[in-house]
Ligand binder design. Structure first.
Ligand code: HMH
Length: 229
């Protein structure tokens, strides 16, 4: 009994514990030079258009990943509000795809001719590996939260007082930086935290490892957008 309680105490706020432990990579993903250049208004529009085109492809792969999380929630969750939160996320992806199309045409980016770059391919392949039924719901929802949280934290930073985000990029930043999206990320985090309290140590380690993978992929995605590789 005492052992079990101790474990549960140690496991409360698991995600915050991990974020502190992996602070450097988390900051690398949420305060990347690409984001800082939007925030200080020095962004090169070629980079922005590259990001826009590549992220459109990413979001298309994100849909099947999300549906795999939805299936896992339906099968494995002990709380039926999980499914509704995930379903809400799926519904907004439909809107997001329309937004990408409008934004691309505004910038003269042809979405039909985009070739996925290596970082994008690697990230999409990673998402596909998470779709396997062998990946536990807890692990999937933790990764899902991390994917959304990086964008939320990054773009919200571009909207803070004192930022010099160009007016034409304001809408992009608001897409992920708005408070509604922030609350949605908080809901995903609460689901993940609740599930993480109940899993075996093996699954817990797996969730931590995959959280780190997400952060690495996010950094690579920004690097690719910046034009490096
Ligand atoms: C690369 C990437 N990560 C996260 C999100 C958030 O949905 C996105 N659109 N693209």
């Amino acid at each position: 009994m005492e052992e079990k309680m101790k474990t549960e105490v140690e496991r409360s706020a698991m995600i915050d514990t991990w974020l502190e432990k992996h602070r450097l990579i988390y900051t690398g993903a949420t305060r990347h030079p690409f984001i800082l250049s939007i925030r200080d208004g020095t962004i090169d529009m070629t980079s922005f258009k590259r990001w826009l085109a590549q992220d459109y492809l990413f979001v298309r792969s994100f849909v099947p990943f999300l549906s795999s999380v939805l299936i896992k929630a339906w099968k494995e969750s002990d709380d039926n509000t999980d499914m509704e939160i995930i379903l809400g996320g799926m519904a907004s992806l439909s809107d997001e795809i329309s937004w990408f199309k409008r934004e691309a045409s505004k910038w003269g980016v042809l979405l039909t001719d985009i070739i996925p770059q290596k970082a994008n391919q690697d990230y999409c392949r990673f998402l596909e590996s998470l779709m396997s039924p062998d990946v536990e719901y807890t692990v999937s929802i933790t990764a899902f939260w991390a994917i959304e949280a990086v964008y939320q934290e990054s773009f919200a930073h571009c909207l803070e007082d004192g930022s010099k985000t160009p007016p034409e990029l304001q809408e992009t930043c608001e897409r992920w930086g708005n408070t509604g999206f922030g609350e949605y990320c908080q809901s995903l985090k609460r689901i993940a935290e609740r599930k993480l309290q109940k899993v075996s140590d093996d699954v817990l380690t797996k969730a931590e490892v995959l959280l780190l993978r997400v952060l690495e992929h996010e950094v690579e995605f920004w690097n690719m957008s910046s034009g490096g590789t």
